[in-house]
Design a protein around this ligand. Structure first.
Ligand code: NAD
Length: 256
């Protein structure tokens, strides 16, 4: 049963399905698109697959660490064999880590860059030959408003997310002639498990209050608002849109 976005592709692949990725999987299910739901934590992938099944959708849960290029190849091959051509790629896998630069270890830096940026490179590189062969495809990479504004105590994260923005723009230009569109969503504060972990040990209500203040809309966002933006960028509704960074953050970033 086709959903309201008019997606006409075969199957989707998502990395990181705890928060935004989970909302994305449910949105694909509503469109009748089978979806591979992958996460470094298999139980998160299985929970997401169960939620998709509850909606009457088809999801294939798989364990995947996006830092491992061989595993990316293996898991994408399995997903293609079971679900059909992967016409949609939604990269959301990410981690949180906070601290001043002078206290940041080599490992802190590498881990952040590998999960948030290199993982996106691996999934794109692995899937693109099949997309090019089909002459179609849409990729949405989650970056962050901090990739543009920068954020104190998150230098590695800000750098990795700026990298995702650059990767997205360059790849969009490279893939345009193949009928493949590549865009990025730069979220502002969105209420997800990762976002809440960043507030751990603090007074949650006060922090939510504090964090919503610089947002012109005076609230944090919901994962369904990311899923809607993702669906727009995946769907034929955005057929002339590529290489763009879509800020979904209540107006906190307005100059791009
Ligand atoms: N929540 C926010 O406010 C916010 C704002 C801007 C950007 N983001 C970005 O949005 C994306 C999604 O984050 P979320 O808020 O939904 O967080 P989340 O923690 O709820 O989901 C991220 C998922 O990625 C998985 N993951 C972590 N390392 C992985 C790896 N090596 N391989 C595969 N999966 C891995 C985690 O297990 C988790 O389920 C992240 O890239 C994050 O940086 C979040």
């Amino acid at each position: 049963m086709a959903g309201s976005w008019g997606l006409d592709g075969e199957a989707a692949f998502i990395t990181g399905v705890g928060g935004m990725g989970r909302a994305g999987a449910l949105a694909f299910a509503e469109e009748g698109i089978p979806v591979a739901v992958t996460d470094v934590n298999l139980s998160i992938a299985e929970t997401t697959a169960a939620l998709v099944a509850e909606k009457g959708g088809k999801a294939l849960p798989m364990q995947l660490d996006v830092r491992d290029s061989a595993q990316v190849q293996e898991v994408m091959a399995k997903a293609t064999a079971e679900l059909g051509p992967l016409d949609y790629l939604f990269n959301t896998a990410g981690i949180g880590h906070y601290g001043p630069l002078v206290e940041m270890s080599n490992e802190d830096w590498s881990r952040m860059v590998e999960v948030c940026l290199t993982g996106t490179f691996y999934t794109c590189r692995t899937l693109l030959p099949a997309m090019i062969a089909r002459g179609r495809g849409a990729i949405v990479n989650i970056s962050s408003m901090f990739g543009q504004t920068g954020q104190a105590n998150m230098v590695h994260y800000s750098a990795a997310k700026a990298g995702v923005m650059g990767l997205t723009k360059a790849l969009a230009r490279e893939m345009a002639e193949h009928g493949i569109r590549v865009n990025s969503i730069a979220p502002g504060p969105i209420d997800t498990p990762l976002w809440r972990r960043g507030l751990e040990g603090k007074d949650l209500d006060n922090l939510i209050e504090e964090r919503r203040q610089p947002v012109p809309m005076k609230r944090v966002g919901h994962i369904s608002e990311i899923a809607d933006a993702m669906m727009y960028l995946m769907s034929p509704t955005s057929s002339y849109v590529t290489g763009q960074i879509l800020h979904v953050g209540g107006g906190e970033v307005t100059v791009t």
